[in-house]
Design a protein around this ligand. Sequence first.
Ligand code: ATP
Ligand code: MG
Length: 587
Amino acid sequence: MQRPAIIHKTAADLAVPPNLADYAATCAGFSWDAARAELAGLPGGGLNIAHEAVERHAHGPLRERIAFRFLGENSLRDVGYGELSRLTSRFANVLRTLGVRRGERVFVLTGRIPELYIAVLGGLKAGCVVSPLFSAFGPEPIATRIGIGEGAVLVTTDLLYERKVAKLRDRLPSLRHVLLVGEEDGATAIPATQDLAMLMAQAADTFETVATRPEDLALLHFTSGTTGTPKGAMHVHGAVLTHWATGRYALDLHDGDIFWCTADPGWVTGTSYGIVAPLLHGVSSIVDVADFDAERWYRILQEQRVSVWYTAPTAIRMLMKAGPELARGFSFPRLRFVASVGEPLNPEAVWWGRDVLGKPIHDNWWQTETGGIMIANLPALDIKPGSMGKPLPGVEAAIVRPREGGGVEFVDAPDEEGELALKRGWPSMLRGYLNNEERYRKCFAGDWYLTGDLARRDADGYYWFVGRSDDVIKSAGHLIGPFEVESALMEHPAVAEAGVIGKPDDMVGEVVKAFVSLKQGFEPSEALRKELLGHARKKLGAAVAPKEIDFLPVLPRTRSGKIMRRLLKARELGLPEGDTSTLEAGA
Ligand code: ATP
Ligand code: MG
């Protein structure tokens, strides 16, 4: 089907104040100082994420408002801002009683249970550096990360501890305290651990938030490991400014919103936007302990009256795979704004959002390193399906070619490809990779931070993702971005997901090879393969279209939901798989 290139914003789509309804006005009126005025810092000076996110509201009119609603398999628990303040104070007091000092590292390894959120915010309150780990990690990735981060405290559950940490404990000399959340009432008597609930019960529920400086380290977040070994990005307390601003300008958070960020706090999205940004705005967040399930997710959107939803292309593609009938059994009259991040969002997915959910989906681009959203289809913009949108106010982006011997050359011509770069200096920028100064240095060419992603900018200033520089395919003198090929394949009604790689070839350098998984109701066959090859050739032309297509039941993905093209390639070529610590189980 021929689709228009733009989804125009309409007044009905916008809950934004008039000054945000226009991109130029938004940029003109923006400064980080304006955001700073919203977040005044601690009364006696200093700044702390926990103060801005929790304390500010807990003693004001939002005291009784729900901060988090935790949905269990069959249960529901609300934690209000006032209660969150008391619980995080108890946790901060627990750390203090244990002799954990400011700046020491607290790791959290649990599912999305209240204790995770309490430990993250309570740890920050106490001036500690917090690192939430994804609970589905195996023992090795857990030990590596706690090792690199020199964790002093680990908060986990008795089951996870026994299964994954206990046998590696002697490899973690820095780890002085393991605090367990019992799966059952009354924790088990596991040696060298303590029961968190008991410690919390004994602790006072008031705590004077530690007055950290803006440049003090707050969070340690590991990258997704899509292109190799995960890197530990260091983020500071001053980043809160950005999360307030991007929560407003990119996610459209407003008073009274019910916000659902589906990312796990083990990934930066789940912390910056699953914890910090919604709390800064004093809105209520939904947290679902369960993993993706199409019907459950539709039910949550409907029953919890979610008004702003932040999710990822992989989830959207899985909803598409489940078919439109399922979606039509639900309605989402409250849902105002949908945003997506983590991977390129295929135009087909944006159209599905419009047609099936009844809402356009606003793609946005950022990385663990950037700390927060950098480029987005803002509410102030018309959406161009397939584009990441425009840089946020206060963010300077460019398409560049790094010069031999230093510096960059700017690619100013519209639609020309190059590396996406950001001008150093936005407040939430990483301050380094932990214990990897060399790798951090390589991210910069002069004043420009090089993202490792290739993109182009069109004449209207919209940015278009081409591919990660590692994934770009060189075939017969053409540079082919896998995203374009994947998106074309997804336009075929049978295709649920596609991952595209370059396969070495003597004649042309690399040939384009695609791996696809099919939607419900379609089966792999020779006839379908031919049809898909023909479909792609018609859409893309012979030079860019895949020469080979394989069917896979699922594509290998990182735990954060990204297609691992490097793994598709390694498997295709029979090469070692490299670092697979973040690979999703069963993929
Ligand atoms: P690693 O750096 O360890 O290889 P990673 O880059 O996947 O892993 P993250 O920081 O979680 O780790 O992901 C950021 C990357 O995700 C971006 O650099 C980009 O490649 C991709 N990405 C994020 N959002 C988008 C988007 N909207 N469109 C296209 N790509 C995106
Ligand atoms: Mg990366």
